[in-house]
Design a protein around this ligand. Structure first.
Ligand code: CUA
Length: 307
C-alpha cells in the first residue's frame, strides 16, 4: 500500500490534511469564480457602475485572495516544524541509518543502548514510537519516501540528511526511491512493516546475531563462498563479509528480494541470482548463468533458511 492520502503516520496525516484543505478550498473558490463569470456573461445584461466595479475589485480581487492566501500560508507554516528533521529529538528512541545504492537500500538499526543490527531492502518500525532516520548515499542521489508515513528526503553522497517519522498504524506498506537514479530507479523500493513495539523488539533481537540457518546446510554455505557471493554480500556468522551488495543475514525472513522486486521464495531467489541484470536493468550484480542448476538450488535453499 503506497498512498500519501491513506496515512499511517503523523507526518503523512498532516500532509493529507493540508492536501484536502487546499483541494476543497480551491474547488469552492473555483466554483465561485465560474458562477460569477456565468452570472456576468449570461444574466447581467447591463454594465455595473464604476463605483460598484471598484468595490468588487477591492473586496473580491484584493481583500479575499489576500485573506485566503495568508490563512493558507499560516496553516502550512504551522504544519512544517514537525516535518523538519529532528524536530522531536527529545522523544527519539530508535535511530535507523539508511544508505542508498544502485538500486538497493542498506539499513542499520541503532538501538538506544548502542546495539546495531544490519539489514537491507526492508524497514521495520514499532508503532507509536518516533523514529529518526539518517540518510546518505554511496553513489548518486536517491530519495527515501514512505508515502503512508511521510517524507520524502534525499539521500546525497557525502552528506547526511535526517528525517523524523512517527508511525501510528500497524501494517505492511511500501516505500519507494523518489529521485531518478538510473535504469532501475522505479525498481528501487522496499517493504515497510509497522509492528507492535513488543513484537518489533523480539524481531530485532532475533536479527542481532547469526541465523540458526547458517549451519543447517554446510553445502549451500560452501557453494555461496566458492562462487564468490561473500565478496559482495555479508551473512552474519559466516566468512561472507562483503559490503558492495545487500546484507543477506536473515534474508529468508524478508518479504521480498531485489528491493521489493519479487516475493521472496527459493525459486525467485534462484532466478534473481542467475538473471539479476536482466530482472533489474543496471544492477551491479553480474548474471550467474554459469552456476549449475543444482548448485543454484543449494545456494538458494541455504539463503532461504536464513530466517
Ligand atoms: Cu534510487 Cu531512484
Amino acid at each position: 500500500m503506497q498512498s500519501a492520502l491513506d496515512p499511517a503516520g503523523e507526518e503523512a496525516s498532516q500532509v493529507a490534511t493540508l492536501f484536502w484543505v487546499m483541494t476543497i478550498g480551491g474547488a469552492v473558490i473555483w466554483a465561485g469564480v465560474i458562477a460569477l463569470s456565468l452570472y456576468a456573461s449570461r444574466w447581467k445584461s447591463r454594465p455595473i457602475s464604476t463605483e460598484a466595479a471598484g468595490k468588487l475589485i477591492l473586496w473580491a480581487g484584493v481583500a479575499f485572495p489576500v485573506t485566503v492566501l495568508t490563512a493558507l500560508l499560516a496553516y502550512a507554516l504551522w504544519l512544517m516544524p514537525s516535518l523538519r528533521p529532528f524536530a522531536n529529538e527529545a522523544q527519539a528512541c530508535l535511530w535507523v541509518e539508511i544508505v542508498g545504492n544502485q538500486f538497493w537500500w542498506h539499513v542499520v538499526y541503532h538501538r538506544p543502548d548502542g546495539r546495531q543490527v544490519a539489514s537491507a531492502n526492508e524497514v521495520r518500525l514499532p508503532v507509536g514510537e518516533r523514529v529518526e532516520f539518517s540518510l546518505t548515499s554511496a553513489d548518486m542521489i536517491h530519495s527515501f519516501w514512505i508515502p503512508v508515513l511521510g517524507g520524502k528526503m534525499d539521500l546525497i553522497p557525502g552528506r547526511t540528511n535526517r528525517l523524523s517519522l512517527l508511525p501510528t498504524k500497524t501494517g505492511t506498506y511500501r516505500g519507494q526511491c523518489a529521485e531518478f537514479c538510473g535504469r532501475a530507479h522505479a525498481l528501487m523500493a522496499f517493504p515497510v512493516v509497522v509492528m507492535q513495539p513488543g513484537e518489533f523488539e523480539a524481531w530485532l533481537d532475533a536479527r542481532a546475531g547469526a541465523s540458526a540457518g547458517v549451519a543447517a546446510d554446510p553445502d549451500g554455505a560452501a557453494l555461496f563462498q566458492r562462487h564468490g557471493c561473500g565478496d559482495c554480500h555479508r551473512v552474519a556468522g559466516t566468512q561472507a563479509e562483503g559490503s558492495k551488495g545487500p546484507d543477506l543475514s536473515h534474508v529468508g525472513s524478508r518479504l521480498t528480494i531485489g528491493a521489493a522486486l519479487m516475493a521472496n521464495d527459493a525459486e525467485t531467489l534462484e532466478r534473481f541470482i542467475a538473471h539479476s541484470a536482466s530482472l533489474k536493468p543496471g544492477s551491479m550484480m553480474p548474471p550467474y548463468l554459469h552456476i549449475p542448476d543444482e548448485e543454484l538450488s543449494a545456494i538458494s535453499a541455504w539463503l532461504e533458511g536464513l530466517k
